[in-house]
Design a protein around this ligand. Structure first.
Ligand code: G3H
Ligand code: 13P
Ligand code: NA
Ligand code: ZN
Length: 328
């Protein structure tokens, strides 16, 4: 059944667990996520980015979601727009059956240029008015995602790899977060606390201080009714890097956010954990392995099935680690 982000995360907060938001852009990823949710008896957030919407097409994506919801009737599903960039993108997602939208007004509509508070507040407030009138939840974002280790801003924000950002720039200010929620009425808030998008987050095995837990705790204390969201939460598992690289891939040495750090975040109040990169790697690892080991194979079902299996295993492990399992 389809539910809103607010319904899902209210329950998670009450019971002290978090829900993974897995990105989806095709049928195989959808089947892997939903099969894992069924196995773990867990609710799930399916997240579609603007890139996913243009890859699959809105009509097909909407019907894929309908099909998944019907095929797995026991799984509570929140269908969520990931990183919406303007009012129209959020409105058309709602028209296609999304029960939650993210308005990422931390960036201008180009999805690259950091925006000021006034812009973010104004666009997010307008999206929230519109979405709430439709019974749809809203996630906002305040702050610049980036690694506290390297000082590099989020690669996907387009300002990475050039100038180093200060720790102050890379952490959401708790007082500003409190004001932002008052000004906008969002149900959930993505905060900057040391994570970044993509596979190349850290250049070494992160230690226990890689994420700013105190920032999460302080924001959670000020905003007990707003659900905190951790973007860039892939762990970039070494075993998947090894499978990919041993079958012709070329992933540079890299580290992600350890699952134990995410668990610490959940204890500090994180309720939605965004994961895309890990699933892309799982799918790629399975496909590469089948194609390398059986070079005469050319039936897409044979290699996609193996990619799906690795992805399903990863999703199931996250449901168990985040305490989502058993809460369907
Ligand atoms: O935060 C971004 C997600 O990983 C989706 O990435 O825009 O390449 O679909 P995408
Ligand atoms: P990863 O790149 O770490 O998987 O983060 C995904 C994400 O935050 C999607 O919004
Ligand atoms: Na941001
Ligand atoms: Zn994100």
């Amino acid at each position: 059944a389809r539910i809103t982000l607010r319904q899902l995360l209210d329950h998670a907060a009450e019971h002290g667990y978090a829900v993974p938001a897995f990105n989806i852009s095709n049928m195989e990823m959808g089947l892997a996520i939903m099969s894992a949710a069924r196995e773990a008896n867990a609710p799930v957030i399916l997240a579609a980015s603007r890139g996913a919407r243009s890859y699959a097409g809105d009509k097909l994506l909407a019907r894929l979601i309908d099909g998944l919801v019907e095929t797995f009737p026991e799984v509570p599903v929140c269908m969520h727009l990931d990183h919406g960039n303007d009012l129209a993108t959020c409105a058309t997602a709602i028209q296609h059956g999304f029960t939650s939208v993210m308005m990422d007004g931390s960036l201008l509509a180009d999805g690259k240029t950091p925006a000021d508070y006034a812009y973010n507040m104004d666009i997010t407030r307008r999206v929230t008015e519109m979405a709430h009138a439709c019974g749809v939840s809203v996630e906002g974002e305040l702050g610049v995602l980036g690694s506290l280790e390297t000082g590099m801003g989020d690669q996907e924000d387009g300002h990475g790899a050039t100038e180093k950002l200060s720790e102050e720039q890379l952490l959401t200010d708790p007082a500003e977060a409190e004001q932002f929620v008052k000004d906008t009425g969002v149900d959930a808030l993505a905060v900057a606390m040391g994570t970044s998008h993509g596979a190349y987050k850290f250049t070494r095995q992160p230690d226990g201080d890689i994420l700013a837990m105190s920032v999460i705790e302080e924001i959670n204390r000020r905003l007990p009714d707003t659900h905190l969201v951790m973007h860039g939460s892939s762990s970039v598992p070494e075993d998947l890097q090894q499978i990919i690289n041993s079958y012709g891939g070329d992933i540079r040495p890299t580290w992600g956010v350890p699952v134990e750090e995410i668990q610490r975040g959940i204890r500090s109040g994180v309720r939605k954990v965004n994961i895309d990169t890990d699933n892309r790697m799982a799918m790629t690892a399975g496909v590469r392995r089948v194609l390398s080991e059986t070079p005469d194979e050319f039936d897409p079902r044979k290699y996609l099935k193996e990619g799906k299996a690795l992805m399903q295993e990863l999703c199931k492990a996250r449901f168990e680690a985040f305490g989502t399992a058993g809460h369907a």
